[in-house]
Design a protein around this ligand. Structure first.
Ligand code: MN
Length: 367
């Protein structure tokens, strides 16, 4: 028999390994009606959130409903514990989420105003990021941080990850994970927290329709409705909020609809000129790809967007046969198997041709 080895060093911190909870038992920690998913060990995060006082909540630049909802719900919960929690993002906040928060509750990162707060925070929580490169302008102060960097995400590994990284690939939205976290903290979800959580979940699941939607998603949605969320109000404010210019630009883009591979591949393009002509900003194309994907035969749907000269954003959606996150990986992109994106620094035609070639190949087309 081998001699027992003496333990001389503390084992390195392994976030996903199971470890004893400090004074929190699962059963008593979750007063809400919907039990947590049980897939996540929140102990390291709970500890940091309990001890810390000042927190930065953020996510990928040009935040979507899942980022905004997750950080807003977490911020409101932390503030209810008397903590200083600020939501600071890069990019543009889409206008159709403006109703969800009070003035100043979500801030756009400004080095002069926020740099020292970010650097000095006890913890920086990054939601739904997939890759730390997506923090954009927040990258320098995050690198110079004094506190802990915590990732909370449901994307598969794609590039640099934070030192504490909580990943649940089974979560339909990061919002589901935040619900779990609040439960692990022993907190109750109030209406003010329920609304952004519902936004996070409904936007990432295409209003509880996409294949990531689970029974848990619906149970949690029902619970949030019981807490006072009005589903149609949320839907109306997010999806029935088009300006006339946006709808006309969608019409312009749809007139240019193209298909390939016997219709298994479909895409539309939005050029810088189209945006400028209608005086629209790029985030106003959110949802365009959902119109393309309604095509019966389109296994891959694509939105190609010229956000600047030689700066092309491509979004892909898959019916399931093709893993579009894998398809975009060689280009530095990422996301989920059925929804992924990438930014390519090439002229529009070149970027489009490259992605089309990769998509045709993924569909088994030989040329
Ligand atoms: Mn998400």
């Amino acid at each position: 028999m081998a001699p027992r080895q003496a333990v001389t060093k503390k084992a390195p911190r392994r976030v996903r390994a199971s470890r004893p909870r400090r004074g929190i038992s699962r059963a008593s920690a979750h007063p809400a009606q919907v039990p947590p998913s049980g897939r996540i060990d929140w102990a390291p995060v709970v500890d940091i959130l309990r001890r810390g006082e000042r927190f930065v909540l953020t996510g990928h630049s040009y935040p979507d409903g899942d980022v905004l909802g997750s950080e807003l719900a977490t911020a409101r919960f932390l503030r209810s514990l008397g903590k200083d929690a600020r939501c600071i993002n890069c990019g543009i906040i889409p206008q159709n989420y403006r109703w969800m928060y009070d003035e100043g509750e979500i801030e756009i990162y400004d080095p002069a105003r926020h740099g020292s707060f970010v650097r000095g925070a006890d913890a920086i929580l990054v939601f739904d990021y997939a890759n730390l490169a997506r923090l954009d302008d927040l990258t320098p102060p995050v690198r110079e941080r004094r506190g802990v960097l915590i990732g909370i995400d449901h994307h598969p590994l794609n590039g640099e990850r934070p030192p504490i990284d909580i990943v649940d690939l089974g979560a339909a939205a990061v919002g589901e994970m935040v619900y779990d976290l609040i439960g692990a903290m022993g907190g109750a979800v109030t209406k003010e927290v329920a609304i952004p959580l519902f936004v996070a979940i409904t936007t990432d699941t295409g209003s509880f329709r996409y294949s990531n939607t689970t029974g848990f998603t619906h149970r949690l949605g029902a619970h949030l409705v019981d807490l006072g969320v009005e589903p149609y109000e949320v839907y109306r404010r997010i999806y029935e909020a088009s300006s006339e210019a946006r709808l006309r630009m969608l019409a312009d883009a749809l007139r240019g609809l193209k298909t390939d591979a016997d219709g298994r591949l479909a895409w539309i393009t939005v050029t810088r000129k189209m945006l400028d002509d209608r005086r629209l900003t790029e985030e106003e194309t959110e949802g365009f790809i959902d119109v393309v994907r309604t095509l019966r035969d389109a296994e891959i749907s694509m939105l190609v967007k010229e956000v600047g000269p030689g700066r092309i954003k491509v979004s892909l959606r898959s019916r399931g046969a093709v893993d579009v996150a894998a398809l975009l990986k060689p280009f530095g992109g990422g996301g989920h198997a059925r929804a992924a994106g990438v930014t390519i620094l090439e002229p529009l035609e070149v970027a489009t041709a490259k992605i089309l070639a990769a998509a045709r190949k993924a569909l088994g087309m030989t040329k």
